[in-house]
Design a protein around this ligand. Sequence first.
Ligand code: PBG
Ligand code: ZN
Length: 325
Amino acid sequence: MNISKRLRRMRNKPSLRGMVCETRVTMDDLVQPVFVDDNLKNPRPISSLPGMSAYPIDHLEGHIGDLSERGVKAVMVFGIPSVKDPQASSAFGADGISQRAVERIKETSDMIVMADACLCEYTDHGHCGILKDGRVDEVATLPILGQVAVSLADAGADIIAPSGMMDGAVCKMRESLDDSGHDMVPMMSYAAKFHSALYGPFREAACSAPKSGDRSSYQIDPANRREAILSVDRDIEDGADIIMVKPALSSLDIISACRSMYDRPLAAYQVSGEYAMVMNADAAGILDGRKVMIETLTAIKRAGADIIVSYYSSSYLDSSMEVRI
Ligand code: PBG
Ligand code: ZN
């Protein structure tokens, strides 16, 4: 028996394990999604996302204060308007729900505010762009996305996050931001966004499921790695400051490839379905949700993500103090 290669020596005591720990997720890495709904008087619990609610704007200050106390430093704002139409008219006004939410959070907290910039919450058909002859049409969509980006920057957003997978969106939004004096406002592009069934719970939360068809004509087929890299490449060329891969756990190979290919900051979105699977399994007594969330967040960072958007962000600090894997 040859046991000269004793890898276990460094695993033998908690202190030594801590010393050789290679990957640590900290609150600086994490972003908490926040849903703000103009149709509400009181918070609306999101049944598929245990612990998560959508908030009316008047409850936002309290919610953000609570997140701050839990160590959250950055939020991603998703707005749900009271009126939807085919042109997403409520997406870009100064009085829009996302714009008012961004403004309110910036006025009342030190949070880094990222603003999701897409049309699916604002169109009555639920697609991420404007439809023409039944299909999403870039020519009609891009000018509106430009206005969305500017209106969110006007409201004070620190980072604009285009999430609709429209060709030309990053370019158009960069141009619009620059032309309106927001040349220092960075963009985090959902650059490699796969067409995933893991977004299901989000669509309940954001009331944004497409009424007909699906998003496969603009989001990337999960089978396609090279196409995902092409998409990231293009967004960097078009001016993305941070690139994002999504979903996270089913895209660790893409995250890892992007880490080695690009020197840009890299984000990953641990999406609603990823959180829902784990936390509902926890609620059913099947596994320890806190440990699994810490393990998966660590794996996503180990694969190469610098920034992780996760519904677990607000619980991470507490759990990571209590849980030792
Ligand atoms: C909107 C958007 C979606 C998500 C983030 N921004 C939904 C979608 O593309 O259908 C999904 C996030 C999640 O599932 O947590 N374009
Ligand atoms: Zn969308």
